[in-house]
Design a protein around this ligand. Structure first.
Ligand SMILES: O=C(O)CCC(=O)C(=O)O
Length: 238
């Protein structure tokens, strides 16, 4: 993924061209992260013994160009997932270098995971917003916020209903983090038609059609089924 501040037609060199690598489940080097015992021993507390890696990301948050497009709006990850129950899904997010408010650390609303899933949409940011960066419209702006200052290698594990996002990268470096969303393979797929997730379903289907070349009858659940990979135990439903 390329940051929206970089014109589509513009040629940029090196890591400037890559603000995020997603779905690295077929890259043996990056995917090792998802099988690390240091990670899985905590993941298992949420998922139980049968564990799927459902979504993988290496986030290379670029220095902001002044348009504040390096921000990630406040959101709940469950908005993107057509599987449940939420309590058997967990994200592991590991800092690959020190992250703090200067380079756009994670910011979370503690306790928000106890609430419901909220409707999401693109925020109305003046200079554009990255593809699929939907945000929660109506969270309480007075809810206490926590900025997660982390050292290289520190890992945070969080619930898919936790409202979180990340700030502007005001440094000249690329802020790197690696993450995986894990779920119990015993979770089950749901049909999101007619729900508040319908808007993201359309975008995921567009991507899925291009990636897998399947044009008829593709569902959001199919896309997740195709990219999910077992990391421990037995593949049951997902
Ligand atoms: O790493 C970040 O800046 C935020 C990532 C995030 O919240 C996400 O991709 O869901």
């Amino acid at each position: 993924m390329k940051d929206v501040a970089i014109n589509k037609a513009e040629y940029v060199e090196g890591q400037q061209a890559v603000s995020k690598i997603q779905n690295f489940e077929n890259n043996e080097v990056l995917f090792k992260y998802c099988s690390l015992p240091e990670i899985l021993k905590y993941v298992e507390c949420f998922t139980g013994p049968d564990i799927m890696a459902m979504h993988t990301m290496l986030i290379n948050k670029p220095p902001d160009t002044g348009k504040k497009t390096s921000r990630h709006p406040m959101h709940q990850d469950l908005h993107y997932f057509p599987f449940r129950p939420a309590d058997q899904i967990v994200c592991a997010w590991t800092a690959m270098e020190r992250v703090d408010r200067n380079n756009g650390c994670l910011v979370v609303l503690p306790g928000s995971h106890k609430g419901k899933m909220k409707p999401h949409d693109y925020p109305e940011w003046e200079d554009g917003v990255n593809k699929m960066y939907h945000g929660v419209r109506d969270y309480d702006p007075n809810h206490p916020r926590l900025h997660l200052v982390m050292e290289k290698g520190d890992t945070v594990f969080f619930h898919p209903l936790l409202i979180h996002g990340s700030g502007t990268n005001r440094t000249r470096g690329f802020r790197k983090a690696i993450s995986c969303h894990f779920a119990s393979s015993d979770c089950y797929y749901i049909d999101v038609k007619g729900t508040i997730q319908e808007n993201i379903e359309q975008e995921i289907l567009e991507l899925g059609r291009t990636k897998y070349g399947i044009y008829s009858d593709l569902t959001m659940a199919d896309v997740w089924f195709l990219k999910g990979r077992l990391v421990q135990g037995e593949r049951i439903n997902l």
